[in-house]
Ligand binder design. Structure first.
Ligand code: AP5
Length: 215
């Protein structure tokens, strides 16, 4: 199964994608995680991407499409992919269509996770991540047992640089301008589009995603 999770910054794509990938034995491809990893390691890709990410702007399509192609074609064993944070523009969506067609492995569904803007802003301002193991927390909704410390590995939790208020505002604008129009693109395609109310506790949202995928 190949699936796209579509939603604004903070809608819960990463949280839900990780749960679903584990449940279904699928590979989650988060372009945001891949880019952050490249920035941390200081690779040429990371050096190219950093400025865009810090400003809340999108990294150029050619870079993203090359990155996704490399990951997909390098993982022949995967039973399917959950795309999280990709595609984000029309050229990326068209590029993904071409790539999946080449592989004879079509897209099965697009799940749109909807959350009101005030909740998105609160979620992003409260997000804390563990740079050591990648675990994600939220000081308002999913706090760690000890403030500032990762439950899973004991690492020190940090705020993502692009979760600063000004950058969040820009990321939300970019989502509305460049990514939200993809919903209409997929509605016109043969791929089923399913809508999920993401403004509920994590487990409830997950149950709803599983339900809409089975319907
Ligand atoms: P990316 O990392 O993809 O960021 P994003 O889309 O802005 O998404 P987020 O990771 O902020 O949110 P999410 O929806 O995954 O929510 P999460 O589950 O973490 O991209 C970052 C940057 O990289 C972009 O701005 C761009 O520069 C670049 N980039 C990436 N992909 C690109 C592409 N394809 N093209 C071009 N550029 C690209 O949850 C958020 C918080 O809420 C967490 O604290 C979590 O614990 C909490 N939470 C989750 N669910 C719930 C719930 N149900 N109730 C309460 N709290 C919840």
């Amino acid at each position: 199964m190949n699936l796209i999770l579509l939603g604004a910054p903070g809608a819960g794509k990463g949280t839900q994608g990780a749960l679903l990938a584990e449940r279904r034995g699928l590979r989650r491809i988060s372009t945001g995680d891949l880019l952050r990893d490249a920035v941390r390691k200081g690779t040429p890709l990371g050096q190219q991407a950093k400025g865009y990410m810090d400003a809340g702007e999108l990294v150029p399509d050619s870079i993203i499409l090359g990155l996704v192609r490399e990951v997909i074609t390098g993982d022949a064993e995967a039973r399917g992919f959950i795309f999280d944070g990709f595609p984000r523009t029309l050229p990326q969506a068209e590029g993904l269509d071409r790539l999946l067609e080449e592989l004879g492995n079509p897209l099965d569904a697009v799940v749109v996770i909807d959350v009101p803007d005030d909740q998105l802003v609160k979620r992003l301002s409260g997000r804390r991540t563990c740079p050591n193991c990648g675990a994600v927390y939220n000081i308002y909704f999913e706090p760690p047992e000890t403030p500032g410390v990762c439950d899973a590995c004991g690492g020190a939790l940090v705020e993502r640089a692009d979760d600063a208020a000004e950058t969040v505002r820009r990321r939300l604008e970019v989502y509305r301008e460049r990514t939200e129009p993809l919903i209409a693109y997929y509605e016109r395609s043969e791929t089923p589009v399913r809508y999920v109310d993401g403004d509920r506790p994590v487990e409830e949202v997950q149950r709803e995603i599983v339900r809409v995928l089975e319907s």
